[in-house]
Design a protein around this ligand. Sequence first.
Ligand code: SF4
Length: 240
Amino acid sequence: MAMNDDLRNELALLLELGYTHLDIPAASAGAAGEAAAPGPLEERAGPTTAEIDGCDDLGTLGAVASDCLRCRLARTRTQVVFGTGSPTADLMFVGEAPGRDEDLQGEPFVGRAGQLLTDIIKAMKLSRAEVYIANVIKCRPPENRNPESDELEACHPYITRQIEMIRPKVIVTLGKFALQSLTGKTFSISSVRGTWLMHGSVKVMPTFHPAYLLRTPSAKKDVWNDMKKVMAELGIEVPA
Ligand code: SF4
């Protein structure tokens, strides 16, 4: 029976994880229709949470993340999308997960939603280089599906360590999964956006994801009202 490349990649990953008894047949062309099934968490492998927690600068943490095999998204990503911006930023934007453009370019928020986020940052009289932008999930979920709870759990140590290193004054979470990952709670984003929450000692402003704004332009005014609160908190003059 022919074996498609997805399944072959899955077996290759299992070998990397220590399942040394597996045999991998040669790659075959044209074996359509044999989708790789989601694997159990028992397939998780390094780095350990202790290794992530032991990183003491963003460069080291990014290098550790680049080879991460902690969840099934390692199988399908092009590359890990770690984060970008100032390592001493007062303001951090935390989104959900990379999309197709981000997966290809290795930088968060570079597609259409990313351009909208860049416009929002400029409207706040800041630049992408002055803030820090990251996602709670570092690898693209296939077909941009929602992240699974075990994937959020597996990736959580990275965003936690990023926040500990950057020590922003304010975090803006974009969409419900970012907020869920940082707070450990499931909120209706519509009910909490625009209200201050806390992540440890850091103030958190939940707001809508830019991708939602592309679908629902009428919500842009809500996000802008949220960003005006952030500007005031950071001491940036707020336009009337
Ligand atoms: S999504 Fe996070 S935990 Fe999963 S493989 Fe990528 S970096 Fe590792």
